[in-house]
Design a protein around this ligand. Sequence first.
Ligand code: G
Ligand code: G
Ligand code: MN
Length: 401
Amino acid sequence: MASSTETLLQPGDLLYSEGGSNDCGYIVESGEILLFCQVDGQRFNCERRGPGSIVGELSILTGQPRTVSVEALTPCRLFRISAEQILDRFEKLDPVLRACIDTSINFAARISQPKIAAPNETPLAPSTLRNADELIERLRIEADILAALENNQFCLLYQPVVCLADNRVVGVEALMRWHHPTLGNIAPDRFIEIAETVQSIGALTQFALSEACAAAQRIRTRCPSSAGIFTSVNVSGAEIGKPGFVDFLAFTLDRYDMRPGELKLEVTETSLVQDPKNAGGNLQRLRDLGCGISVDDFGTGYSNLAYLQQLPLTTLKIDRAFVGDAHLNDFSKSIVRMLLELGRQMNVDVIAEGTETDDNARLLQELGCQFAQGYNFHKPLPEEDILALLTDPSQDMRGIA
Ligand code: G
Ligand code: G
Ligand code: MN
């Protein structure tokens, strides 16, 4: 039985007529239709379409009347798609792709009715890209990422993690920076997301892991007492799930003579939850190797706590959204207290991220938090400054960077 989304036609039936209005498109499920129009008073058959083809989409996209008439050549079954269903999808398209389609449609309409005109009387096409400057910047970043790796435009800074009881540095988090030759310094918030969409995140992650382990080895050689200080590297959840990741990691640890316990992999709560199956299997293998696993941005990811509790985690990093104002805002304070308690129950270390004042750090310590990372202790620093800091523990490096 036909429903509101089904249209059944017999040979010769007209689906719609040229010049008519346009509230839907159709997908041919079975049978064959013929598209035709009038050219100089004569009927012109444009093409036949069969199962799996679409018809009626053009006038939805252009907002113009139907440009052809459509009739059935055989018994046909058509599925009706509403204009909203098409337009919603069009809205969600990648903006470059959308501009390509808009431009092609406009141009096809134009050359189907060519007119002789002087250049300045030739119609100016509408500009189909919104925010062209922003898009160009994004496309430039996409295009430049891989070359940038070869040209050494990426580097790592290291932000110390301290023990709140005595401000001693217990570890560092490696944070990537990109010095782009024309765009200047680009923050990882911007390029990591782009690298993930263009499949260069793997190469970037390998760089971060290798470089952070190499730096740890250089620092250990020049400052043997720094052995035992951990290095934490940010890795997206999807990367951890990839085949070969664990092997690459084992190879890297071996190459830089790094004890697995000195390396932590930092994965955001959101990416752990998005890719549970893949990440889960490899997480256990990484734990078996001896690496630490930190949950980054903890508290912001709407986690299924029952699920998180099953993962082989070693560290929770409380997101700075709750940490920064915990001494001023009772709500933030109670969240921090709750997450600290959760950490105790899960038997993992907890690091508070984004402490910006001494008052803030003092409160965290009162709440029983052991470790912190934030601007009031140290900003992200280049390797030489980390070496200096570790070699001379009495040196006050606050505010440098
Ligand atoms: O230090 P900064 O504010 O620029 O870092 C912003 C975010 O970028 C951090 O949340 C951090 O997790 C992420 N980030 C920094 N370096 C890396 C990296 O090497 N790999 C990945 N996947 N993310 C990184
Ligand atoms: O997402 P992730 O936690 O990996 O990011 C750490 C980021 O937080 C780094 O970019 C680092 O520079 C930043 N950060 C570290 N300490 C502070 C701080 O005290 N205040 C703020 N606003 N950001 C901080
Ligand atoms: Mn991090």
